[in-house]
Design a protein around this ligand. Structure first.
Ligand code: DGL
Length: 266
């Protein structure tokens, strides 16, 4: 590695953040990335705030201490919700998180000001979407934790009838509340979009922030003169357990091959 080689760092609990990385690679094809997926301790979404904070802090320190990272993307709603403020106070590198862009998109989309949010238990318990959306205007927010959707997504059960019926069970009460906008508050959910869509009336808008996060990353790099024109960018994946599974599940989310995985112990 040359001393001038600098990468976009990405922090996630496991594989879900690859649905964000997919858009980052589409938008910034010359950038190298180092992705940290804490597969040994995932899922974060069922953990306490204290554990998520500690795990996220250890993950970002590992990234910044071991790799020349110029910016870090928190590629996870749960980490963004629970740990963004803490991590921001800790690191000098620019940090991109996913909640802000999601709130912007949802506020633009809603007409009747009734917004549903689905995500992990920790994300919903953090109340972050409710708080941030209500700060932006007179909206009513309907949160719904969906702990079974993450494993269905990792299992690749995108089209199974069981996925459709479980999704309906979670989303049905939000439909009854008359939402016209639904935030996909977990990076595992975009691959389930057909099942989620089928549980909603046609006019309900689905909000996935992946493209907006990629655009925000691109904007920060440009504004800080940190872009690269590398013809052969490298993509490295750091995991804390089971690299084989990370590759198998991850390639489905990323839509391309994963070549370099390093297994580490924190
Ligand atoms: N996909 C992550 C998110 O966006 C959560 C996965 C987990 O629970 O670790 O919140």
């Amino acid at each position: 590695m040359s001393s001038r080689w600098k990468a976009i760092g990405m922090l996630d609990s496991g594989v879900g953040g690859l649905t964000i990385q997919r858009e980052i690679l589409n938008h910034l094809p010359n950038e190298s990335t180092v992705y940290f997926g804490d597969t040994g301790r995932a899922p974060y979404g069922s953990k306490s705030m204290e554990s998520i904070l500690r795990f996220a802090e250890e993950g970002i320190k590992f990234l910044l201490n071991n790799y020349p990272v110029k910016l870090v993307v928190l590629a996870c709603h749960t980490i963004s919700a629970v740990a963004y403020e803490h991590l921001k106070s800790m690191v000098d590198a620019p940090l991109v998180e996913v909640v802000g862009p999601t709130v912007d998109l949802a506020m633009k989309a809603t007409r009747n000001r009734r917004i549903g949010v689905i995500g992990t238990e920790a994300l919903i318990n953090s109340n972050i979407y409710k708080k941030k959306l209500e700060e932006r205007g007179d909206v009513k927010v309907f949160p719904q934790p969906c702990p079974l959707l993450m494993p269905l997504s990792e299992e690749g059960w995108f089209k199974e009838p069981e996925t459709y019926s479980i999704t309906r069970k979670y989303v049905g009460p939000l439909v009854d509340e008359g939402i016209d906008t639904l935030i996909l508050g977990c990076t595992h959910y975009p691959p389930l979009i057909e099942a989620i869509r089928s549980a909603l009336p046609e006019h309900v808008e689905l909000i996935d922030p992946a493209v907006a996060v990629a655009e925000e990353t691109s904007r920060i790099l440009r504004e800080n003169n940190m872009t690269t024109e590398d013809d052969s960018p490298r993509h490295l994946y750091i995991v804390t357990d089971n690299p084989e599974r990370f590759k198998r599940v991850g390639e489905r989310y990323l839509g391309r091959s994963i070549y370099y995985i390093r297994l580490i112990t924190l």
